[in-house]
Structures are given as structure tokens and as C-alpha cells.
Design a protein. Structure first.
Lengths: 187, 216
């Protein structure tokens, strides 16, 4: 199944949340499960465990659909966070539920928050996928090792033979370039 | 206003899930206070979503969808979703609630050699020591260097170290030989979350007394 749009993802998440729509779930499954399984295999999980990871993540999406709030984050980022937490749970036995920080801006908060002020998070995932294409191969490799292979910056620095400062600047540069590459929209 | 933030690589490791839970706790605690870093993590999660969606799809087994559909009606064993709430002054932040909760003043504080008080959290990640420290106004933590990394998040009050001031929500990372002597602000107790991945190396006689009390 080819790439889908944010609207396509949103509609299916909303249908699950509103009326427990199994048809919408099946469509979401056909798109996401093979990618979730690849995500688990990239971490070195066996085929059997990777299939379990894909299934458990899909079940979580079914249960959590009502928690998805448009405007807080894109559907793609929301799905990633669920998959990441499930992979951490299955690989390391750690529960990240209490680490999900969704605090609204409080009195101690900096100004300028909210999705409108955000860069990549408030944007269509298609635009974010395209922004990935502007990265240098070096930056892309750092991000892939981090997100897909679940490696810390220390492991990445060692694998690439880079000093820690260089990894830090690649991360910063990658985010800045991706934000710059987004199409201009009205705010 | 938050002046001191986790470095970019710590936010990355948090967003990818690769970070040990003990350290992720300190980063998540900072995020409760800091919308700027929350936005960076949200951006990173969007990058994660884009990378996940661009992975070449794996071949899934034929019965996978039916197996999943047949389990949709199972009761969720999960807990209620966390209430999104801003940190409340004087209380333990939401990210620490699996371990500690309630008012900071009411925690089971234990004196460390008469210099400061500590509440140690249960082991969270192997090789890490996680605790809350409480230093009385104008008191200091004896001079120390670091055999590994020290991560601190201010939860109440504030302190000065190496000419820099750290207030509620500020995050600091110290490592290596550069010794420091954090001094609490006047006026109120300074409470910090402290995450260590190696013992502190105390320098003077006072420090020698309390070093063993902070053993890993």
C-alpha cells in the first residue's frame, strides 16, 4: 500500500474513536502493520516478536483512538509515539505511560507554544516526509539510526566514528533544515 | 522563564525511546515545565512518524489481520489516560508519580550527613541512581567532581553553581573533572531531581563523610 495522507489517517482514527469502525481499523491495519513490523525488525526483533509488536501496537491504536487530538500533533507523530512506547515495552520492559507530557502552557511556561507556533509537529506528514529529502546523507543516517534502529546518540557516535559534538550539531542542523524546507503556510 | 535545557541529543534520545528510563524521567520532568522543549520533542516525533511511514513494508502473515480483529473486543488492561496538567508548585511532578506523589514537604526525607536531605527512588534502570535532594536555604552540597554524568532538574527553589543560576524547571548536565559546589538560594528549600550514572567524587573532608551515603 502506497503512502497515505494525514486526512486519510485522521478519518480512520476518528471512525474508530466515534463508532468503533472495524472497516476503518482493517484499512489502517493494512497500511500500518507491515511498516510497524519493519520498525520492529529494524530493532533486531525476530519475525515472531516483530509480528507481535505490530499486532499489539494496532490493538493500542484501537483503544487509544479517542485520545488522539487533532491540533496537538499530527496523526503520523501520534502513531509513532504509540509504536515507540510499545517497542520500548517489549524490548526493555519499561512503561513510558507516565512520561507522556501533554501539559498545557502553565504560568511557568515559555511563550510561543501551541501547534501554530510549532514547526514540524503541526504539519502534514507528507510535508515532513518531503522535508526528509533535503537532508545530507550524514544527517539522514543519524536520524535513521536514532528513530528506526532505536540507538542512543552515544551508540550512533561510536558507530559513525563521530565526536559527540558532531552528533549534536547534526541533530540540530537536521531539524533546522527540515523546518526550513517546509512549504510556507499562512499562520 | 526556563534558561537551562537538556542538550539536543538528550531530547533526541528521549523522542526515539532509546534513553534509559532513569534519564528519560529527568527529561520528561523538564518537559512538564518547558513548552520550548516540548515543541522540539513534538517535532522529533513528527520526524519519527515520517521515518516510520517511509520504511519498506515488511511481509506480514496472512492471518495477521483476522488475529488482530478477533482481539478488538478484549477489555483493555491499561490504566486511565494521564490527565494533562501543568506542574503544581510544591508537589511531585506527574512524571515521578509511579514512584512518589504528594507534597514535596511530606516525602520521607532522610538526612545525608547533616548537609542535605534525600529521598531515593527505587532502582529504575540498571547503572543509574535516581533521587530527590533537598538543600536548606543558603546551604551547599560539598564540592564534588563526577565519575560519570550528573543530571539535575530543579523542582522547587533554586541554586547557583559555577556562576550560573538554576530555577524551577531548569535542567543541568555535569560530567567529568570540573568540580562544583551548588549553593541553594536564600528564602526556601531547594528540591532537585538528581540522576547519576556513576558516583560523585567528593573532594574535602565533609565530602568524604557523605560520599558513602550516596553510593550507587
Amino acid at each position: 500500500m502506497a503512502d497515505v495522507s494525514d486526512e486519510w489517517l485522521q478519518e480512520r482514527i476518528a471512525a474508530i474513536a466515534a463508532r468503533r469502525d472495524r472497516g476503518a481499523f482493517a484499512e489502517l491495519f493494512c497500511y500500518l502493520a507491515p511498516r510497524l513490523q519493519a520498525f520492529a525488525q529494524a530493532r533486531g526483533m525476530s519475525d515472531r516478536r516483530a509480528a507481535e509488536m505490530a499486532r499489539e501496537t494496532m490493538l493500542l491504536i484501537w483503544r487509544k483512538a479517542a485520545e488522539f487530538e487533532l491540533g496537538q500533533t499530527s496523526p503520523s507523530a501520534w502513531l509513532f509515539a504509540i509504536a515507540r512506547d510499545k517497542r520500548v515495552d517489549l524490548c526493555r520492559g519499561e512503561d513510558r505511560a507516565h512520561l507522556a507530557v501533554t501539559a498545557p502552557p502553565g504560568p511557568s511556561d515559555d511563550a510561543g507554544s501551541g501547534p501554530a507556533a510549532r514547526g514540524l509537529a503541526g504539519r502534514a506528514s507528507g510535508a515532513v516526509r518531503e522535508a526528509l529529502l533535503v537532508l545530507d546523507p550524514k544527517q539522514r543516517i543519524v536520524l535513521e539510526k536514532a528513530f528506526v534502529e532505536d540507538k542512543t546518540h552515544l551508540v550512533i557516535a561510536a558507530e559513525l566514528g563521530l565526536p559527540l559534538d558532531a552528533v549534536r550539531s547534526q541533530i540540530r542542523l537536521a531539524l533546522a533544515r527540515m523546518r526550513d524546507a517546509l512549504p510556507v503556510t499562512r499562520s | 522563564m526556563i534558561d537551562h535545557h537538556p542538550a539536543a541529543e538528550l531530547l533526541l534520545d528521549f523522542a526515539t525511546g532509546a534513553q534509559p528510563q532513569a534519564l528519560a524521567l529527568a527529561v520528561a520532568g523538564h518537559l512538564e515545565f518547558c513548552s520550548a522543549c516540548r515543541n522540539v520533542v513534538a517535532d522529533l516525533e513528527a520526524v519519527g512518524g515520517a521515518l516510520l511511514e517511509t520504511l519498506p513494508p515488511a511481509a506480514i502473515s496472512e492471518g495477521a489481520l483476522d488475529a488482530c480483529l478477533s482481539r478488538l473486543d478484549e477489555q483493555s488492561a491499561g490504566r486511565a489516560p494521564q490527565c494533562p496538567c501543568a506542574p503544581v508548585r510544591g508537589r511531585v511532578p506527574a512524571t515521578l508519580r509511579p514512584y512518589l506523589s504528594g507534597r514535596l514537604k511530606a516525602l520521607p526525607w532522610q538526612s545525608v550527613g547533616g548537609f542535605f536531605d534525600e529521598v531515593r527512588l527505587p532502582p529504575i534502570s540498571s547503572g543509574y541512581r535516581v533521587s530527590l535532594l533537598r538543600v536548606a536555604p543558603t546551604k551547599h552540597v560539598p564540592e564534588h567532581a563526577h565519575e560519570g554524568n550528573e543530571y539535575m532538574l530543579v523542582l522547587a527553589g533554586g541554586y547557583t553553581s559555577g556562576g550560573r543560576h538554576y530555577a524551577v524547571g531548569d535542567f543541568s548536565e555535569c560530567a567529568g573533572d570540573e568540580a562544583h559546589t551548588p549553593v541553594a538560594d536564600a528564602g526556601e528549600d531547594c528540591v532537585c531531581l538528581l540522576v547519576l550514572d556513576a558516583p560523585l567524587a567528593f573532594r574535602d573532608a565533609d565530602g568524604q563523610r557523605i560520599g558513602p551515603l550516596l553510593a550507587m
